[in-house]
Design a protein around this ligand. Sequence first.
Ligand code: ADP
Ligand code: GLC
Length: 486
Amino acid sequence: MNPQKRYAVCMLAAEVAPLSKTGGLADVAAALSKALVAAGHDVRLFTPAYSSIDRAACAARAVPNLQKLRLTVGARAFVFSVLRGKLPGGTPVFLVDCPALFARASIYTSDADEHVRFIAFTRAALMACGEMRWAPRIVHCNDWHTAFAPLLLRTVLKDEPLFATTSTLLTIHNIGYQGIFAASQAKDLGLAPGATPLLYSPDLAAGQINALRHGILYADAINTVSPTYAREICTSEYGMGLDDSLRVRSQDLSGILNGVDYEEWDPRIDRYLPTHYDPAHLAVKTRLKAAFVARLGLDPDPAIPLAGVVSRLATQKGFELMYETLPRVLSQRALNFVVLGAGETQYEEFFSALALRYPGRVHFHQGYDEELAHWIEAASDLFLMPSRYEPCGLNQMYSLRYGTVPVVRRTGGLADSVRHFNPEDGTGTGVVFNDFDGPALEWALNTTLDLYAQPAPWARVVRNGMECDFSWQRAASEYLALYARL
Ligand code: ADP
Ligand code: GLC
């Protein structure tokens, strides 16, 4: 590689797998960093040292000149240190250790100082770059938590020579989470009076400040995690109030489909499975299904297809489409159903009630469970993602690799990664429906179950999916091309 093309990337992420994870951001922060490091780039991935992180497991050690640093955010003064650890696969990770902010019961909180936690994290990571005398060519922000970095670099840090040639990229993983706080909290950014006109005044007038909006306004480039979602968020239907600012920046907005970390998610080597398979050994998948169905206490008849869900139980994911559809399909057709997830009460209650109503047919595991997630991908025949919106979605791509046919709504990254199966010519990798309503999901489920009943086309759609390649190499090279334009 041309040494001049070796990028110094300061990657800022509120979640990093496997240290801290509530959803796909964690997978992406880890896997993109790993792919960039493998391509020879100098990536320093920063994340908060939440108290839930097992420091020994990632071999975290104090960085000598990054100890007991002082930082002020608004009226509060903090002392923080930085630990250096390693992710599986060797990617270095820098943990910002500030117990006053990150020793809490969960990664995200509804505490009054939530904005302070992430402004402090962002400032601390940039301070650490300074202390290391390390000049990042790119500060790569992810989601609202670190979206104030571009504004801070233009204001509070504008005279810092270390950042003289630094460009910023904001990756939007989910526009549904924007970091909206009371306008009075804006003072915690520490802007000089002359810089306050840079704050977005219509929001301030409405009594708010929106972290993600400032990232959109001030990052040198913005991307989101699929080309379709990049188009969708410029519309009022999907933009969640930020579409006006996104349209202003449309020249600098692009979509890069996430990849899959096939060292973590591949049935050939999956560390959670006792036996492994590939397209030539699908009998192993059948045996894994039998074992799993027995473990869950579901109807053991091997002819019954197993549908799976692994998800945050959030409005985004479209579960209300199942309220009427699933009971009807379960009453009419042979189908077993396993759900793993936690989140909003209404969905937890729906799945709990469904499991009670269909004992031996429906299993609901409420909670977060990495091992079970892998088993569901491997053992299921089909995987449901009826999302209302989906910036990218990872599970449908995992499903493809595991020969588990994805049933998805045509939106965001689902539209970009799953092609509807055409029995005429045998092309396509899943079942894709358009409308966000119950009848469309019911059509998709019945279409999938009809297909399952025909061994030859079913085998075809399974194999088509298993042949897809969504590896991070492609996505990482798209990010590098984007860095090169900044
Ligand atoms: P999102 O980021 O919107 O939650 P993605 O599909 O991008 O959606 O990523 C979700 C990730 O989180 C996947 O790796 C999925 O397996 C994992 N996940 C979600 N809920 C659970 C759960 N309850 N237990 C284990 N893993 C989960
Ligand atoms: C998000 C999105 C999901 C995406 C993930 C990683 O939380 O909801 O669609 O795959 O981030 O980019």
